[in-house]
Design a protein around this ligand. Sequence first.
Ligand code: SAH
Ligand code: SF4
Ligand code: F3S
Length: 474
Amino acid sequence: MNKHEKHESGCKKHGVNLSSKHLPHSSADMIPKCFIKTFGCQMNEYDSELVKGLFEEEGYACTQDINEADVILFNGCSVREHAEARVWGQVGVLKKSAAHSRQSIDRKTKPIIGIIGCIAQNHQDKIFKKLPHVDLVCGTGNLYDLPKMVREIQKTGKKMLAVNGKQRPHAIGSAGTRKGRLKAFVTIVEGCDNYCSYCIVPYVRARQISRLPQDILEEIKSLVENGTKEITLLGQNVNSYGVDLNAHGLSFVKLLSEASKINGLERIRFMTSHPKDTVKELFELMAENKKICPHLHLPFQSGSERILKKMNRKYTISQYIKVVDLYKRIVAGGSLTTDVIVGFPGEEEKDFKDTFNLMKEVAFDSAFVFKYCPRPPAVSSLLADDVNIETKKERNQLLLSLQKKISLNKNRFYLEREAEVLVEGHDKMKKKLRGRTRANKIAVFEGQDKLIGKKVKVKIKDVTESTLIAGLGK
Ligand code: SAH
Ligand code: SF4
Ligand code: F3S
């Protein structure tokens, strides 16, 4: 699963590389081009699709090549310092070429450089000081303003700022730029009301607002009519979907059930689940409905009761374990993944031991382990960040190596078993096919390209902690 700020998509995999011979559309053809690089979680991925759609409506073509772009946008994440550093770094690289263009090419043909999304909402006009070659800053609630901002900059040459808006940038009415994609994300609930003490998301994405069920279902139908086979429903806490809709809404379980009835849709996933709102009915639906993939991402964040309280997670360890036990009992063969933070303020050796032991006890299929960092204005940033970096690194390493062993062990369960795989493309070496099982495990196997986009049966021959190595079944 691609998660959080680890994920990055855009032109070149290893960072942008704007050549000094930047040639915007003027020379090649007259269609203006827009390049978007996305960082962060799937919500940002979804928003980038929306922005691409807005520019396409303006007559732009989207490009994967930054060198031919007239508009260059970075949709950035603020969830951890490291996530931001990557955006600052990559935008910083463009400075030289932007300065070069500014002197030698007239304003109309110089690419416009913008920072958008959570990072823009977080740092607002300070970005112009930090990176003077940036032309526009646009927050999560102002994305619909983007084409207008670009027009204005082209006309006046002035920098543009739009933040703190109340637009909910999640209404992609049709397949839009996602036409023909095998898999697609659909945001069902924006923002978050949970205010976990360490987390910046409620500040950069505002309070929870659920989309209307009919809009969500229409969007999925349109995607499916245009070739999509697998949908992932997105929300910071999908299980609280609908609580703000009152009579107009459905519960998450009902929405999931309705979505699964859409003809032609083959698989449906969802993330993220919050332990305090995850109910037995969800697991019962997952168990009986074969379109719903048996995978649950259920962050626990800390195994220490004391730290959990300070994190404002609103559940106890025993409640968490109870949810996990229910899931394991009801959703046979289901996989379980998690997020955990080490080094939260005041985390002592015994708190860390509790976290370690919980990971051992639950035996997740995989886990994202994060080193705590203060994120003002999240309230834990007022506490002393008193676990030193060496200790954070050591704890991080201990959990990762524990998880590696557990993941390998979990994957061994699949040896000599069959699994259904939706073939997504090639593996990194481009030698084999690559896809995912219903439980969200990556499988690689030999096969012909014509299988891409299809569901096939494979038999697992070997495993690593991250991959099932398979052969085509009969
Ligand atoms: N809504 C999801 C997670 C969103 S953020 C949930 O509630 O689970 C993704 C992950 O980043 C979190 O689960 C958490 O583990 C991590 N994270 C968030 N803020 C962090 C911080 N200040 N320091 C370190 N990790 C953090
Ligand atoms: Fe952040 Fe907590 Fe909301 Fe997740 S549930 S986005 S961790 S505040
Ligand atoms: Fe990052 Fe914003 Fe997602 S802060 S994790 S991109 S909601």
